[in-house]
Design a protein. Sequence first.
Length: 146
Amino acid sequence: MTVSATESPTVPTAEPLTELPAESPTVPATNIPSPVPVPSPVATPVPAPASTPSPPIEVESFPVAEPVAPEFSWKFMGTAASGESVSVNTSSIRLSGSSVDFEYKIGEELIVASADCGENRWYVEEYGWYSPQSSATQAMLNFVCQ
């Protein structure tokens, strides 16, 4: 078969299909449901429970202690030359510079004094300097100077 320049070649045509191709396993696009947006959970404020005042706490009441003056702790030293007892307040003994401050009683009289331990004597503002005149006053001086 010869083809002239004016004639177009014949192209074999495909035969029409008589069978449909087997169904594909994919579902047609029209049957796919569109995704539905899922709302994110929203915190719902929970109302606070109605507060009821709590009953007052019962506190055991104790009496308030009044300030207590320091107790005197008296140590008996003996009997003075005058015949009166000599006692030292052991809680009053304080070092004060080169002397020792203390309180003592001779009889019922309370006396504030300062001892000069190196000189073996004590000073009382109202009376001046004293040196031991008895074993009781020497014991007192030895006790506060120890």
